[in-house]
Ligand binder design. Structure first.
Ligand code: CA
Ligand code: CA
Ligand code: CA
Ligand code: CA
Ligand code: CA
Length: 633
């Protein structure tokens, strides 16, 4: 310990106005109001440190010679003998959990602090890249991620889990960061990763593993933004992003919203302080910063306002299984359908299109059991209890984009085996989405749509020569449709106009085609509106829609007035190493008892980004029971 005054408070007046209005417009930053001149009471702590975290009166710190130290309020110290670098913290199951880097072995180490002791130590396997920075991210209560920045400016997003004495990590995705990226921090509430690019500014990335990689600036260095000199260490406290300027005495805070950042405070610390690291306690009450000049650790108690009420985080469910990837690379998997095995429910099947290639059939574990080279089939649907050449047969139909036709498949009602059974030519010129409808008289119909907005309703007829189609109705929406679904019991059709709304109309050919809006595109239903289906059990029925623009699924009552029930995302199943689902095109549900694993039925969604590991697209299965419990259905 160096000979320094102990806990010497230094009052620092917030420096105002540090911010200029000139560059605000570009960044969506509002200038701080004039009454933000608070004092920041800096206290020098009795330890040398490279980085530190404050936990209930104790300090966890990285000593300059590399040990991790836990210092109690009475000065008692405990050492974790690793060559430590970095501290990142989250609360997991009510306990603080820390991740640091054990630099000598280039591995991660996790630990907790309980009863004044460092405990629950788990080590990871060495990583194949040198680590330049880490930051924890908690996408949901049951999932823990770590962003690791390597020296080649790649961000590695790792899924963490503990098993025995081991910290297990599997890479979910990696993406490039700007040059000179040194510091990162994640705001869990808004799922944003913040990264400092030292001479440019601070960037925000979507932290969700299933999101597209893109960044937006939080603030930039003058003259493009309001940072005086550079962008350095980062911390989050009370929904505020703290940015320290490296090697200087300037500290700034910004209110975080999902895509807006408003400068709130700027502080000028004493001249002798050169900021080198920064952390905030989990409760946002304390910050710790390291002075590069003296290696002294300073702390301050923050008086930041409570975080503004943010929109509730979207609930996250986990897939219980995923299918074999489709054959085609790129955007290929599109739309599923479920065939129910009435005798052996657990042997029910999932059909899925590869819109560049054909139709696949999967079992309820996701294994591929059949492949049909059916060409560019876009959407597929199933109805059961039809006849083919007079014999009982189930049927699948698909919109076929090579020939603007409806491709038909006979499904053996006992085995589930599919056989191509002809096509019905349509009058459409750019066929796109489709869905099936079976009316109360046991008549079978297909709705197909064109990208130009036209819909055609075809009745399917059986004869000794096989299946044929008869056009029975036409109607249209103004712009591009795709997804649709019929509620057979209520003789009702739901259709999606991708950028506009979900509509409903009577499904019967002789009924009016007058449409009622179920929901317009909104902050909840984010375009494109993609796949949809109806879950009906008795007199309860729900419409579930893919809100592709924000990777979520929206649930409505399937009966007027089509009340909004809720929404969810599909995140990682850490236990089974199945990635979540995003950018979903088609989806389907069944309310049938599908055996022990899906007694209340299931949801199947197309996944636009198949990860863990990266592979061609596929479909994810979700137990309906999880949806039922989430919304108390
Ligand atoms: Ca797609
Ligand atoms: Ca479908
Ligand atoms: Ca579409
Ligand atoms: Ca995925
Ligand atoms: Ca996967």
């Amino acid at each position: 310990m160096k000979n320094k005054p102990f806990n010497t408070p230094i009052k620092v007046a917030a420096l105002l106005p540090l911010l200029t209005l000139a560059a605000c417009a570009d960044l969506g930053i509002k200038s701080s109001s004039s009454d933000n001149s608070e004092n920041l009471l800096m206290q020098q702590q009795p330890m040398e440190a490279e980085q530190a975290a404050f936990i209930n009166g104790q300090w966890l710190s990285v000593h300059p010679d590399g040990n991790m130290l836990l210092t109690a309020a009475d000065g008692q110290q405990q050492t974790l003998d690793i060559s430590a670098e970095y501290i990142s913290e989250r609360n997991v199951d009510g306990q603080p959990l820390f991740i640091s880097v054990d630099a000598s072995a280039n591995r991660l180490v996790s630990y907790s602090v309980r009863d004044g002791k460092i405990s629950d130590i788990h080590y990871g396997q060495p990583l194949p890249y040198p680590m330049e920075g880490i930051c924890l991210y908690q996408p949901s209560a049951s999932e823990l991620n770590l962003f690791v920045m390597d020296e080649n400016q790649m961000a590695h997003q790792l899924l963490l889990s503990m098993s025995g004495n081991t910290l297990k990590h599997s890479e979910i995705r990696q993406f490039p960061l700007p040059p000179q990226s040194e510091y990162c921090v994640v705001d869990d509430e808004t799922d944003q990763l913040f990264v400092s690019e030292e001479n440019i500014g601070v960037w925000a990335y979507n932290a969700r593993a299933e999101s597209e990689v893109s960044r937006k600036p939080v603030d930039l260095v003058q003259p493009w933004g309001q940072l005086q000199d550079n962008a350095g260490p980062l911390a989050i406290a009370n929904g505020q992003l703290l940015i320290g300027e490296l090697g200087s005495n300037l500290l700034h805070s910004y209110r975080i919203e999902s895509s807006k950042y408003s400068a709130t405070f700027s502080w000028q610390l004493p001249q002798n302080i050169a900021i080198d690291s920064l952390t905030a306690s989990m409760d946002g009450s304390h910050i710790a910063l390291l002075d590069d000049n003296s290696s002294a650790l300073y702390s301050a108690q923050l008086q930041l306002p409570e975080r503004a009420a943010t929109a509730q985080r979207i609930a996250q469910l986990s897939p219980s299984a995923e299918t074999t990837p489709v054959a085609s690379a790129g955007d290929a998997a599109d739309d599923p359908a479920i065939w129910v095995n009435k005798k052996i429910p657990a042997d029910s099947l999932v059909l899925g299109t590869d819109k560049q290639h054909g139709l696949y059939v999967y079992d309820l574990h996701g294994n591929q059991v059949q492949e049909l080279n059916a060409g560019r089939v876009n959407n597929v649907d199933v109805r059961q209890g039809f006849t083919f050449k007079g014999k009982t047969m189930d049927i699948a139909a698909a919109s076929q984009r090579d020939r603007n036709s409806i491709a038909l498949f006979a499904i053996n009602p006992a085995s589930g085996l599919l056989t191509a059974a002809g096509e019905v030519a349509t009058d459409l010129s750019d066929i796109y989405g489709m869905c099936m409808y079976k009316n109360p008289h046991g008549e079978f119909f297909v709705f197909v749509n064109d990208k130009d907005g036209r819909f055609e309703q075809w009745q399917l007829l059986d004869a000794a020569s096989g299946w044929s189609g008869k056009k029975v109705r036409e109607f249209a929406v103004a712009t591009q449709p795709e997804g649709c679904a019929a509620d057979d019991a209520e003789q009702r059709l739901f259709i999606g106009e991708e950028d506009v709304a979900v509509w409903t109309l009577a499904a019967d050919a002789d009924a009016s085609a007058e449409m009622t809006m179920v929901s317009p595109v909104s902050e909840i239903l984010v375009d494109d509106i993609e796949g949809m289906d109806v879950y009906r059990k008795g007199d309860k029925a729900y419409l579930i829609v893919s809100s592709q623009g924000n990777d979520s699924y929206v649930v409505y009552q399937a009966e007027a007035p089509y009340t909004y029930i809720g929404r969810f995302r599909i995140g990682i199943n850490a236990e089974k190493s199945i990635d979540g689902a995003s950018e979903t095109d088609g989806l389907t549900v069944s309310s049938a008892d599908l055996g022990d694993e899906y007694p209340h039925g299931m949801l199947v969604v197309q996944d636009g980004r198949n990860m863990l590991p990266d592979d061609a697209q596929n479909f994810k299965y979700v137990d309906w029971d999880d949806i039922r419990q989430l919304f108390n259905l």
